[in-house]
Structure formats: C-alpha cells, structure tokens
Design a protein around this ligand. Structure first.
Ligand SMILES: [Fe+2]
Length: 169
C-alpha cells in the first residue's frame, strides 16, 4: 500500500485566511451600526435606564476583550465636556430624544435613530441641549482603558485638564 499525502486525512488546518472580517467587525462605522441595532431594541435596556439630576447616568451593559457597550441617559443640560476615548474607536446611537455633538470648531445635532462613529484620536463634547431627556447607546472597541478631559482655551486649542483610568469608573 502506498501512503501518499492525500490518504483521506483532512487537510491540515492552517490559520484562516485573513478576510479582514475580524477587523471590520470593530471598524467605527460597524460600531455605530451595532449601537443603532441595540438602540432600536429598547426592551433589552430600557428597564435599566435611570435619570439623575446629579449628572449623566451610565451603565456598562456588555464588556468582552474586543468591545464594550454602555447606555447613557441625559437630562436637559447634562453634557460630557470635551474628552477623548483613550485610544478606543467608538460609535453611538441616540435611542430617545436628541443630543448635540460639539467638536472644537463644529457641531451637529443627532436625533433619535441617528448615529456617529469615530476613530481612536477623536475628541468631542456631547450635550443634551434639548428640553427633554435623552438616551444613547455607545459601543467602544477596544474597551475604554482611560479618557482624557479637555478645556478649550481662548485660541480654540484643546488643553488637557484631567486623565482618568477605567479603574476610576
Ligand atoms: Fe465620547
């Protein structure tokens, strides 16, 4: 009997071809899509939402090695201040109400059902300037490891004021 290389044994499994799917799953637009998908299913998170006059309410509803998901509520006037995301990319969707996203020289309104996504160097200030509560769903990849907070000086430049670690949350 001749033993050949193809005696019926399954082909040796090598590393899967890199189709890019692993990376694409956490590309910023996909993070926003995932946020929107969850925002459209309030039955999965609405019972957890609190509204707090002390400040934005937030709860992490999922975390694994690749990404995490937060739900945030905003009463009128509540805002994040300018911040980065510690090198994480992200996407968020407004589920209820309306939020304003400010960058140093620009801003936009994000209504329920709309999304934003951003890469790892993004700085913004998200505010509820409406007269009604708002709720948003946020997806970050990788999970947030820290966050820097900024003021804007008289020249319109961002000035770092604090740095927080995820351990602080
Ligand atoms: Fe943010």
């Amino acid at each position: 009997m001749t033993v050949t290389a193809d005696t019926g044994l399954p082909a040796q499994a090598g590393p899967p071809a890199d189709s890019g799917a692993g990376r694409d799953a956490f590309a910023p637009p996909r993070l926003a899509e995932r946020a929107a998908e969850l925002a459209a299913r309030p039955g999965e998170w609405l019972h957890r939402v609190r509204l707090s006059p002390e400040g934005r309410w937030y709860e992490r509803i999922h975390q694994d090695a690749d990404h995490e998901i937060w739900v945030i509520s905003w009463l009128p006037g509540q805002s994040t201040g300018f911040h980065d995301h510690g090198g994480s990319a992200g996407g968020f969707a407004v589920a209820l109400g309306t939020l304003d996203e400010h960058r140093v020289h620009a801003g936009r309104r994000i209504a329920a059902g709309e999304t934003r996504s951003f890469g790892p160097d993004y700085v913004h200030d998200v505010r509820n300037t409406s007269d009604a509560p708002a709720v948003s769903v946020h997806v970050y990849a990788p999970p947030l490891g820290g966050m820097r907070r900024f003021d804007v000086d008289a020249k319109g430049e961002l000035v770092e004021v604090t740095a927080e670690s995820a351990a602080d949350w």
